[in-house]
Ligand binder design. Structure first.
Ligand code: PLP
Length: 390
């Protein structure tokens, strides 16, 4: 029997597969999937407990509880410089993951092209296929993960419906500059395309980098869908609360797709998310300070090894170029390298190949995630001593 031809076109997530492999390996340290091993903020957990006890346990309004939509609108006003209406511009979803597929299904028609920068977060390719779009890839060039403007211009054409941006970026740690976003915005206007922007690492920034939402640039208000969630900013990846922000016309379509996909995100956790979004600004400053320490520790664990790290400016991953070591050890693929590393050290990582349309393009890279307690990062450093180059 022929099952879905679309589903057959993509594979299981390599990131989540590495998590499973890590679990089978005694004493492993999972630096594959991006979730913290430290606790979520106590006051947010308390807000969820209270919401459950107050019996906020039935379906919320499908596009999000009023409290949460109000909190989102207030937060994006001060942080992202966007002026939104909580009734018309917000759809609360089950994480950024559902926001992305709802956004895609709301705007894309079969045959449309969607531009994806690569290396990419691995959901975007399947999101395109599930919504009938043809992905078109534009390379971010190492070591600075730069966009070649000519390549970008060539990717846009009359079939381009959308461009997916992820800033701060997973897996590279790139933070898109205003000039880059302006260039993308200009092309969106020229080709009547929409920017779908995944900003879930917007508060995880280093070395004074600033986050800019493309939707806040002139002319982009009506042609952007801004996606976010509480997963990364509040260390709550398992709660599955996210949102998509867009103009009235686009939101009306996103709401319908979302309703029929999931009905709604967990009601009590929406209330706790509303509480989280009203945390004082100091929360975000402390978050940046603690992530800066984690990044610096992870960099100093990697620097003495033959796995050359690229310094990230945002998000919580480090890409490494492992070419020299792989050649020395006769390891052909990034997956072979990740399995080797897991076997020798118990450290699980993500093979760079899973961030590229053609896996070969990512074979020299491996991604290490560092949203971990300092003691976990110390253990990583100790284990990586095995590879220390004098
Ligand atoms: N977008 C990016 C870029 C991610 O890195 C991740 C998780 O690692 C997600 C989305 C998933 O977000 P959520 O947990 O809100 O669905």
């Amino acid at each position: 029997m022929q099952l879905s031809r679309v589903a057959e076109q993509f594979t299981e997530s390599v990131i989540r597969e590495m998590t499973r492999r890590a679990k089978q390996h005694p004493g492993s340290i999972n630096l594959a999937q991006g979730f913290p091993d430290f606790p979520a903020p106590a006051e947010i957990k308390q807000a969820a407990i209270e919401a459950i006890q107050q019996d906020v346990n039935q379906y919320a309004i499908t596009w999000g509880s009023k409290n949460l939509r109000d909190a989102i609108v207030a937060k994006v006003k001060w942080y992202n410089g966007m002026d939104l209406n909580p009734e018309k511009n917000v759809t609360v979803t089950c994480g950024a993951t559902e926001a992305m597929i709802s956004a895609m299904k709301a705007v894309v028609n079969p045959g449309d092209e969607v531009i994806i920068f690569e290396p990419f977060y691995e959901n975007y390719g399947p999101d395109c296929l599930l919504s009938g779009a043809t992905p078109r890839y534009v390379r971010l060039h190492a070591p600075d993960w730069e966009i070649d403007r000519t390549e970008l211009e060539h990717a846009f054409n009359e079939n381009t419906k959308a461009v997916i941006i992820n800033t701060p970026n997973n897996p590279t740690g790139k933070v898109y500059t205003r000039e880059e976003l302006e260039a993308i915005a200009g092309l969106c206007e020229r080709y009547d395309a929409i920017a779908i922007t995944d900003e879930i690492y917007e508060h995880i920034l280093y070395d004074g980098c600033q986050h800019i939402s493309i939707a806040s640039l002139p002319g982009m208000e009506d042609r952007s869908i801004t996606i976010n969630s509480i997963s990364k900013t509040f260390s709550l990846t398992g709660w599955r609360v996210g949102w998509a922000l867009a103009c009235d016309r686009i939101t009306a379509e996103v709401k319908k797709v979302h309703d029929f996909l999931t009905v709604g995100a967990p009601a009590p956790l929406q209330e706790a998310a509303a509480f989280a979004l009203q945390m004082p600004e100091k929360y975000y400053a402390d978050l940046q300070a603690s992530y800066t320490q984690m990044r610096d520790n992870m960099l100093s664990a990697l620097e003495p090894t033959p796995f050359h790290p690229f310094k990230p400016f945002g998000a919580y991953y480090i890409m490494c170029d492992c070419t020299d070591f792989m050649q020395e050890q006769d390891l052909d693929t990034a997956f072979d390298f990740s399995l080797y590393l897991l076997d020798k050290t118990g450290i699980a990582t993500v093979p760079g190949s899973s961030f590229y349309a053609n896996p070969k393009d990512g074979h020299k890279y491996t991604r290490f995630c560092f949203c971990k307690k300092l003691e976990t990062l110390e253990a990583v450093q100790e284990r990586l001593q095995y590879f220390k180059v004098d």
